[in-house]
Write a protein that binds this ligand. Structure first.
Ligand SMILES: [Zn+2]
Ligand SMILES: [Zn+2]
Ligand SMILES: [Zn+2]
Length: 268
C-alpha cells in the first residue's frame, strides 16, 4: 500500500518570484523559494499502478506535470474558482489524448457553475466556431460534509471560508491513514472541525505574517494546527514575504513549510 501527497505548487496567486519584484526572496538562490501556483497530487495504491488525483489546475499545471513525469490522471478536484487554482484547466486535454478517455472533475455547485461559464468552449464544444481540440471533462458536483468514493479512498469536501467566499478543502481517508488539504482558508466553520479530527497530515494556508482578509497568517495557521492536532502539518500558499530557510527553524515540532516538489509519505 502507498499513500503520497506531492506538492506541485506552493505559492500564492502571483507566484514567487513575482513579476517586477526586487525583494530578497524573489531573488533567493534557495530553490524552495521558487513557488508556482498552488496544487497537489494525491497518489494511493494497493497494487502497482497508483490512483492519481490532482487538486486544482494551476496556471503552471503543464510544467508541474512535466517536472514530475505525470501522464495519467484518475480525477481532478477543485477547491474554488480563483484564477491561481483553475487556469491550467485547458491543458487537461493532453490527459484525454494520452489516456484516450474523458476525465472526471469534482467541485461544489458554485465552482462547477463558474467553470461552465468561464470555459464554455470546453463544456459546450458544439457551439465552437471551429472544431477544436478541447478537454473532455465530466463534471461531478460535490457537497460539503458528504463523502464520496474515488478508487478505494474516501474523499470528504470540508467547508472552508476564504474571506466571505465559501470554498472547499478535501479530506482523504485511505487504508487507515488520512490527510486534509485546506488551501485558501481564512477561517474554519464549527462544522469543519469534526472533519479534521485524527489527521495524519494537515495542509493549511499560511500566506505571510501580516493580516490578510482572505488568507491565514502563519500565526493563525499555527493556532489552528494547535487546535486540530494533526500528526504533521504543512504550510502552503506562501507569499514572497516568507523566506523558507528563515521561517523553518522557528516552527514548532511537526510543522513544516511545503515547497514545490516536496513529496510526503502519508504512511510515514
Ligand atoms: Zn489561491
Ligand atoms: Zn518579492
Ligand atoms: Zn483563492
Amino acid at each position: 500500500m502507498s499513500f503520497e501527497l506531492l506538492f506541485l505548487g506552493t505559492g500564492t496567486s502571483a507566484g514567487v518570484p513575482m513579476i517586477g519584484c526586487d525583494c530578497a526572496v524573489c531573488h533567493s538562490d534557495d530553490p524552495r523559494d521558487q513557488r508556482s501556483r498552488p496544487s497537489v497530487l494525491i497518489r494511493y495504491s494497493a497494487a502497482s499502478a497508483p490512483t492519481q488525483v490532482l487538486i486544482d489546475t494551476a496556471p503552471e499545471m503543464r510544467l508541474q506535470m512535466l517536472r514530475h513525469g505525470i501522464g495519467r490522471l484518475d480525477a481532478v478536484c477543485f477547491t474554488h474558482n480563483h484564477a491561481d487554482h483553475i487556469l491550467g484547466i485547458d491543458d487537461l486535454r493532453r490527459f484525454n489524448a494520452a489516456m484516450g478517455t474523458h476525465l472526471d472533475i469534482y467541485a461544489d455547485k458554485r465552482t462547477t457553475t463558474i467553470l461552465r461559464e468561464m470555459f464554455r468552449y470546453i463544456f459546450e464544444p458544439h457551439n465552437n466556431v471551429n472544431q477544436s481540440f478541447v478537454a473532455t471533462l465530466v463534471a461531478h458536483e460535490v457537497v460539503v460534509g458528504r463523502p464520496f468514493e474515488l478508487h478505494g479512498a474516501r474523499w470528504t469536501p470540508i467547508p472552508l471560508m476564504h474571506g466571505r467566499l465559501p470554498i472547499v478543502g478535501f479530506r482523504v481517508d485511505y487504508g487507515g491513514k488520512s490527510l486534509a488539504y485546506c488551501t485558501d482558508v481564512s477561517s474554519f466553520l464549527p462544522e469543519s472541525y469534526p472533519m479534521l479530527e485524527n489527521l495524519d497530515v494537515l495542509v493549511i494556508d499560511a500566506l505571510r505574517h501580516r493580516h490578510h482578509p482572505t488568507h491565514m497568517t502563519v500565526e493563525q495557521a499555527l493556532h489552528e494546527i494547535d487546535q486540530i492536532k494533526p500528526k504533521r502539518a504543512y504550510l502552503t500558499h506562501i507569499a514572497h514575504d516568507i523566506a523558507h530557510a528563515e521561517l523553518e527553524p522557528n516552527l514548532p515540532e511537526g510543522v513544516m513549510i511545503a515547497y514545490d516538489g516536496l513529496s510526503v509519505d502519508v504512511w510515514g
